[in-house]
Ligand binder design. Structure first.
Ligand code: GLY
Length: 358
């Protein structure tokens, strides 16, 4: 079992990573913040993993209630939030309660926002169940729900009190979900570490075959990258924005499909990363050779690397404008300048974007 300490202004908290960590009886005693907790999960995860967690928490004297939410980005709304508040109030959860998120990124975002706002803030434990939420969404305190006029428009920075990553959960993910998480893993290597990128190139088959030690190393490494950047820039005033590599193009694809699940987040980010590489090539800041290495690695993970037919320059620009990524006709974008280093470019011309898309 590995532990990483995340140091933030709000508070410090541990990320615990390992296989079979729920077999360690004392683990949760360290994270018992009171006598009452509410687990928020979805139907699929409830059927698979709820009972094990429920038994452990009950055995250490915590009274557990739970809420099962429907799965999907479209339920990340204030209506769902109200269901949670009502349930907490009806079941007399006080300010000393703990909210426990048991699920992927959607459940984590909703539970995080509920924890940050219920009675002006209660304790929060993130137990992420997908690769994407284990390496990214559960760490760093971004919480949100969507508004009709935009994704994640209502939310807060609210750091969890602990993040518990049970690697066994990855073994019941669909191949497609696992690959979607791999897009974020590859993203970290392009932003931070060419040696890790080369490691991924060498070990990608092992990872896709869920080799235990490769999985453990990979998730640990990504959590390290993420926690380091959170310690340096908790509220995304500067460096944390680097984590958005591929996200400007990627969010445009997701927005165009109305987040209906035809494109998973990682799939859209995969295309977005390739487009950021090509944009950087057009600016003579990145080599074709490195773009091809990245494309090959993404393809090995069965991730899409081509601009979807339904997207064109006008559509990308429309979402970039909505996302406030454009000022005085210049576009802000995270672009790689070599594998292991990215920059925030603040003055990319629209024509370069059009060329990259074409
Ligand atoms: N997912 C990017 C971030 O947490 O900043």
């Amino acid at each position: 079992m590995d532990t990483i300490l995340v140091k933030t202004k709000q508070h410090n908290y541990p990320i615990i990573i390992g296989f079979n960590i729920f077999n360690t009886p004392y683990l949760f005693s360290n994270f018992k913040y009171g006598d009452q907790a509410m687990i928020i999960t979805n139907k699929k995860i409830f059927a698979l993993y709820f009972k094990q967690l429920f038994d452990i928490l009950q055995n250490i004297g915590i009274k557990i209630d739970y809420i099962i939410l429907p799965d999907g980005e479209k339920y990340k709304t204030l209506i769902t939030m109200n269901i949670i508040y009502s349930s907490l109030l009806k079941k007399l959860h006080s300010r000393d309660t703990t909210l426990i998120s048991l699920g992927g990124g959607v459940i984590g975002d909703i539970t995080g926002f509920a924890a940050s706002s219920y009675q002006r803030g209660v304790k929060l434990i993130q137990i992420p169940t997908t690769l994407l939420s284990q390496v990214d969404a559960s760490i760093g305190g971004k919480t949100a729900v969507n508004h009709n006029l935009g994704k994640n428009m209502i939310g807060s920075f609210y750091q969890p009190n602990s993040v518990i990553i049970n690697l066994n959960y990855l073994y019941t993910l669909s191949k497609r979900e696992f690959s979607s998480g791999m897009a974020e893993v590859i993203k970290y290597s392009i932003i931070f570490d060419d040696i890790f990128f080369s490691w991924l190139e060498k070990n990608i088959d092992k990872l896709l075959n869920l080799d235990k030690s490769s999985i453990n190393y990979c998730v640990y490494k990504c959590c390290k990258f993420k926690s380091k950047i959170i310690c340096e820039d908790e509220n995304e005033k500067n460096k944390r924005a680097l984590l958005n590599l591929g996200h400007t193009y990627g969010h445009a694809i997701e927005s165009e499909t109305n987040y209906n699940g035809t494109w998973l987040h990682g799939e859209a980010i995969s295309v977005g990363i390739v487009m950021a590489c090509i944009t950087s090539e057009k600016l003579n800041l990145f080599t074709k050779h490195d773009t091809l290495r990245i494309i090959n690695l993404l393809k090995k993970c069965n991730l899409p690397v081509k601009n979807p037919k339904f997207m064109n320059t006008e559509k990308y620009l429309k979402y970039m404008f909505l996302d406030k990524k454009v000022h005085n006709n210049k576009i802000h974008l995270i672009i790689p300048i070599k594998i292991g280093k990215v920059i925030i470019s603040n003055n990319i011309n629209k024509d370069i974007i059009s060329d990259s898309i074409k």
